[in-house]
Write a protein that binds this ligand. Structure first.
Ligand code: FES
Length: 499
């Protein structure tokens, strides 16, 4: 169907499926400032303004936006220097985010700025509480909220024509936190008012740092100007001719052997370019731990295997012309499992009669890992003469601690695009913290020499160690090798937790 969208004052007509979301439509038109964070709009990275109000573009259909005014970050401002062309430069909100150091990865920044714009368009003199409320729907995992709130207040002051905030005049010695002025009673110049609001970080800065030029002061990030404009700086912010979309069929069982797998119906589906199972690719054992050689973990992973070892483990991978076709293809793969006893407790896992999860002959031990006891690693660290210390101690306390599994929840999910370049190198454009390890570790998995793999690491939308694992780049890489076409694979938010 034809859908006409009025974006930043200009009408665009697209021919798309009725089910296309506003997020997909906008990104398809090249408005990459809007980001994917999750399917339900919980992260708020997909915020745009619809008739001046913030909405989650991933949670609404593009067709629902027909007849409405859509504003994206691309409409706000631009780099102040545009050659011979005169320009107003950045919007005051964008300038304030740059000057206040309110950006780290920048993935959430366009959404935060748009949410703040909606507020300031209505309330030019907002309270701190109103600012916090306005941007509450946009999660930030890196910067936190103190500096963005300061930036919005600073922009509001600038837009009202108040005296510009001079950060150098702020006394950063915060003294006793309980003596701070309340947000209800700001006083003095706008600079002092903003500095005195509760958004001041709860830190005490030593006298010496007040003489420093940088320490203890907001600092402009070198790439902040592009990030406040929502420039296409991230992995998924490109389009490639003929790009395929990857999806992975995942195990519903904690422990099972794949007795039979029939992908013929999926392969026959129109628009499917490739379906790969463990029978279609080389069986190469490796570790996904993205650290220097020797890798700090046993070699216990395969791109695909005839056994699944956790709920969410990979069973098959698909590349298709659209994400919807790829998802449909997953439902057409017929898998016969032999369900094996599951292990749900780490103590039970180490018992002699426990089922063995890694019974494959290729398993390579590391750091006292022990596949017979389902032990990934055993590490003991002594500092000094521990026995002597115990002998001399007045009391010895012993305890056992269990920690839950955690997920970093970076707002940008794992995402990777692969393609062959003009020199027959496999290009892996990926949101990773460890580009050189990606190349080294995937070379044997893909049966390519290292020199025929080129890894591009664009800006990443948060990683926090979660992207220090070479977790999913092999999926699109295998599919590009199979199809010779560019492939994008982007994790769903569910996959971040189970995959
Ligand atoms: S700067 Fe907000 S998510 Fe990274």
């Amino acid at each position: 169907m034809n859908i006409t969208l009025k974006i930043n004052g200009i009408e665009h007509t697209i021919d798309a499926a009725p089910s296309i979301t506003l997020l997909a439509a906008l990104r398809g038109l090249g408005f990459y400032g809007i980001k994917f964070g999750d399917e339900q709009g919980l992260s708020g990275a997909d915020t745009v303004l619809l008739d001046g109000k913030p909405v989650n573009a991933g949670s609404m259909l593009a067709a629902q936006a027909e007849g409405h005014d859509i504003v994206t970050i691309e409409a706000l401002g631009e780099h102040p220097e545009q050659g011979w062309k005169k320009t107003d430069g950045l919007h005051p909100l964008q300038r304030a985010f740059v000057e206040s150091g309110a950006i780290q990865c920048g993935y959430c920044t366009p959404a935060q700025i748009l949410a703040a714009k909606a507020l300031l368009d209505k309330y030019p003199n907002p309270s701190e509480e109103q600012v916090r409320e306005a941007i509450a729907g946009v999660l930030c995992r890196c910067t936190g909220y103190v500096k963005p709130v300061q930036a919005v207040l600073k922009a509001a002051a600038a837009m009202r024509g108040d005296e510009p905030v001079n950060w150098d005049s702020v006394n950063w010695d915060l003294g006793n936190w309980s003596d701070q002025p309340s947000a209800d009673q700001p006083g003095g110049s706008p600079s002092e008012q903003i500095a005195n609001l509760l958004t001041r970080p709860k830190v005490v800065v030593t006298q010496q740092t007040q003489t420093y030029q940088t320490v203890g002061k907001p600092e402009k990030k070198v790439d902040a100007v592009k990030l406040v404009q929502g420039k296409p700086a991230f992995t998924a912010d490109i389009d490639m001719r003929g790009m395929l979309y990857a999806r992975v069929l995942r195990s519903p069982h904690a422990h099972a052997r794949i007795k039979n797998i029939d992908a013929s119906q999926a392969r026959a589906l129109k628009g499917v370019a490739a379906v790969l199972t463990w029978q279609d690719i080389p069986r190469v054992v490796y570790s996904t731990a993205g650290q220097s050689d020797p890798i700090p973990g046993p070699l216990d992973s395969f791109s695909l295997d005839n056994k699944v070892r956790f709920v969410g483990d990979r069973v098959a991978m698909v590349a298709a012309e659209t994400p919807e076709i790829a998802e449909k293809a997953l439902t057409l793969i017929d898998v016969e499992y032999e369900i094996l006893p599951a292990i749900l407790d780490s103590r039970a896992a180490m018992k002699p009669d426990a089922p063995r999860i890694h019974d494959e002959p290729e398993f390579v031990n590391f750091a006292d890992s022990n596949a017979e006891k389902n032990l990934a690693a055993e590490i003991r660290i002594d500092i000094g003469d521990v026995e002597k210390g115990f002998a001399e101690a007045d009391e010895i306390f012993e305890a056992e601690y269990a920690v839950p599994k955690v997920q970093q929840a970076h707002i940008e999910p794992h995402v990777c695009i692969t393609y062959w370049d003009e020199d027959d190198r496999l290009v892996i454009r990926t949101s990773t913290q460890v580009p050189f390890h990606v190349r080294r570790m995937l070379a044997p998995v893909l049966d390519l020499p290292v020199k025929r793999i080129r890894v591009i690491k664009p800006r990443i939308g948060g990683g926090f160690g979660g992207k220090q694992e070479v977790l999913m780049e092999d999926v699109p890489a295998h599919l590009t090798i199979a199809t010779r076409r560019p492939v994008i694979y982007e994790y769903t938010r569910d996959e971040e937790f189970i995959g």
